[in-house]
Design a protein around this ligand. Sequence first.
Ligand code: DI6
Ligand code: FE
Length: 401
Amino acid sequence: MPAPHVYTEATLATMQPDAGDYGLIPDAALVTEGAHIAWLGPMADLPKQYASVGITPLAGRLITPAFIDCHTHIVHGGNRALEFEMRLQGASYEEVARAGGGIVSTVTATRDTSEADLLAAALTRADALIAEGVSTIEIKSGYGLDIETELKMLRTARQIAAHRPVRVSTSFLGAHAVPKGGDADTYIDEVCLPALKAAHAEGLVDMVDGFCEGIAFDVPQITRVFDAAHALGLPVKLHAEQLSNIGGTELAAKYNARSADHVEYATEADARALAAAGTVAVLLPGAFYTLHETQKPPVAAFRAHGVPMALATDWNPGSSPLGSLLLSMNMGCTLFGLTPAEALAGTTRHAAAALGLTDSGTLTAGQRADLAIWNVSSPAELSYGIGINPLHARIFAGQAT
Ligand code: DI6
Ligand code: FE
């Protein structure tokens, strides 16, 4: 049995459900044993057996569950600064996509980048997230659009966890865009579904995602992808209602998706469907901001119907070149009207649910000891700062990293 370690003089934001906004415990201690949390509570209640083991006093600092970025595209080649300039001159995201830019241009760059170079670039992005207390990163494919490159992206994503103290959850996003000159239905049959089967056979797929949108795939096409996912025993999630409402959220709920992401154009009926299915709404303010979107996700309806809301970076080279989960929390509050407590739940407990993780996302005895220790005295400070990183230390599976 590894020796326990005790963090004392801490404030804990446990983020446990039904424990009030943050599940705050002031003047607290937290004990890790190996990779897990063994005990937490008020200092005054610290069991005697932990009084004489390794102790780190935290001088009142805040401990939260380590962050989980539950929606990223950090494995990709190239960048789209040129497209950024085009959009600043007035071209819309859809116009850029239809002109052969957009996702398809990143596809060319990703195909042309070696696995080693893809990994090197993705590791620098993972490092930026880790530096903000992130312990778990969801990473999607979707910039290959051929079997070989989709597999290359997923292998690269898996490699990140071998090179850094971080967990990676992979999503197969073959249904991200139709390759240049291709037909959507033919692409699904001849590339997307065979790629999914091959990637699953290699153990590269944790979840299956799609982009349900006018410029991408419609409900019947995503339905075929979801049916294939379920036939393989894989859970699904969906980019839904980002630029328009074409029924993606309803479809996601019907397939008991772990999450429906973006959802700016979701309706009250969609919120009801998500709640009934236990599907998490993943809000992505980085894309909203970058695209000058004005339609906000229906946060009031999500609250009213009890839809859990997560927040993520959507880090991608086009619509959300955002490498900071802390900034996405600030944007979630400032742009979407989340409370700082909702924002923190969105990058911890609800982000875990969006990935189907039951072993992290709160400070609870028995959960993984994935912790973030912050130089702040109140949890609202995490959402309040803009471009400020108050991380003091990150604990990954019980180890300071
Ligand atoms: N929605 C997004 O915001 C990203 N993918 C998607 O389906 C955008 C990806 C890109 O522009 O490269
Ligand atoms: Fe995305």
